[in-house]
Design a protein around this ligand. Sequence first.
Ligand SMILES: Cc1cc2nc3c(=O)[nH]c(=O)nc-3n(C[C@H](O)[C@H](O)[C@H](O)COP(=O)(O)O)c2cc1C
Length: 338
Amino acid sequence: MRKWLILRPLEQKEAPKPEPKSSVRPAAPEEHLPPVDLSVTLAGMTMKNPVVVASGTFGFGREYGQFYDLSQLGGICAKGLTLHRREGNPGPRIAETPMGILNSVGLQNPGVDAFVEHELPFLRQYDVKVIANISGNSPEEYGIMCEKLAEAGVDMIEVNISCPNVKAGGLAYGTKPELAAEVTEVAKAHAGKVPVMVKLSPNVTDITEIAKAVEGAGADALSLINTLRGMRIDVNTRRPILKMNTGGLSGPAVLPVAVRMVWEVANAVKLPILGMGGIAKGTDAAQMMLAGASAVAVGTALFADPYAPLKVRDELEQLAAQQGLSAVSQLTGGVRPW
Ligand SMILES: Cc1cc2nc3c(=O)[nH]c(=O)nc-3n(C[C@H](O)[C@H](O)[C@H](O)COP(=O)(O)O)c2cc1C
């Protein structure tokens, strides 16, 4: 009679636990993580958490305010303002790409006075830092806007010298160190006590040159990166998809470029940095902070998920807790380069 072999699982030896590859220890679901201080300070402005929404991706907050209480954010960078209202560029002005979007919105906005009169009072209902973002056609225009915004009492002014989608001003100032310095000086001279943060363009060969010029001119902080110039073409019509032919690339595709640039700038200047470009998750934000950012902004991710900034905040908090940090600010500059 045939004997049936009863196959038993081999005696399981306790497998040696591999050394953790990084210092990130995944938490057991039931593990109680200690509280983490989420507050950060950027050029003297303290925010309850490091997550800001990026200029131009959140309007003036009215639409997103229907989804959640805007007080949950660390800060709001409002849509870019110009001295006078602008219609922006003709459409199509948004085109999807495999890992992000191209936009050529062209600074459509109601003008600085309308912002002060109608939008700022709305934003002031919330316990959130308000950062006004400005673009000018001349250094003088930047000065006038700074004066108006400082008088209106915004928490910070973000000076955009890096918009790739407007013919005048914008990128022209952001790609030449002397012009970047001139705009910074004028902005500082008219902003009173309100801190001035200058937004840098990635469309340069060496971003640290511009960062140093802006630091030398007295800026209080830097934000980076703005969008990278890009283009898409319809192969059948042979027309570019965007009416302006080219636009600015943002979203997950630009994250590694942004992290690299934040790291380079953090090593070149002493100014605090608001890091942005492709952040959609807590680990993206953590990378940006490890590279040297004191706070982060979430932009394009909002278009797929309005709650993205809150998810980034919660995931960042969890990551910091898992790493045994008592404050999320301890991540800033913590990268260990080879
Ligand atoms: C539709 C759109 C409009 C934007 N408008 C502005 C703007 O008005 N001022 C500005 O400084 N940056 C503007 N940006 C750039 C973003 O603030 C941000 O620097 C960039 O998109 C990278 O971040 P992200 O990949 O998270 O979107 C805009 C970006 C997008 C996608």
